[in-house]
Write a protein that binds this ligand. Structure first.
Ligand code: RP5
Length: 178
């Protein structure tokens, strides 16, 4: 996951028809949201990363969310920072599952992003993840779990992903070793 060179599988996944949309409010969110894309690539789930801003390109956001389902997207991961209305506004325009990632902001360390995303009024849900990298990774894994309901190969990839992390802990029990 730390190797930045695209693997053949990652390239193939990028070329295939995307099943997960990964939108973010700004190019400055990529440092966080790239972790979601890396995990989706590792699980060979085709995805579509894109900058869509709720306040700078609101018409684009509405078009994106309205057309997502007919374009074949099945889950949308939306990351934003500050007054982070991107996930909520996206969820308002589609019934696809929307997973919100609060991006860590400079002034309030992402608590503003978290509270902006998590406190959706009843009726329009956003599945909100943790602030920052952990949230981006878990959003991708949760998207994979949703897709695994109808795609057995993704279920197997998820099990292998978990097993690899378990084995890593068991193989390296001494915390003094780097
Ligand atoms: C939000 O404002 C973005 O999601 C980003 O996290 C934050 C700052 O954006 P930039 O000023 O860096 O473009 O819309």
């Amino acid at each position: 996951m730390t190797d930045e060179r695209p693997t053949p599988n990652a390239v193939a996944a990028t070329a295939a028809k995307p099943r997960v949309g990964v939108i973010m409010g700004s190019r400055s969110d990529w440092g966080t949201m790239q972790h979601a894309v890396e995990v989706l690539n590792e699980l060979q789930i085709p995805c579509e990363p894109m900058v869509v801003s709720a306040h700078r390109t609101p018409d684009l956001l509405f078009d994106y969310a309205e057309q997502a389902e007919q374009r074949g997207l099945e889950v949308i991961i939306a990351g934003a920072g500050g007054a982070a209305h991107l996930p909520g506004m996206c969820a308002a325009k589609t019934v696809l599952p929307v997973l919100g990632v609060p991006v860590e902001s400079a002034i309030l360390r992402g608590v503003d992003s978290l509270l902006s995303i998590v406190q959706m009024p009843a009726g329009v849900p956003v599945g909100t993840l943790a602030i920052g990298k952990a949230g981006a990774i878990n959003a991708a894994l949760l998207a994979a779990s949703i897709l695994a309901l109808k795609t057995p190969s993704i279920r197997e990839s998820l099990k292998a992903f978990r097993a690899a992390r378990t084995q890593d802990v068991l193989n390296n029990p001494d915390p003094r070793e780097a």
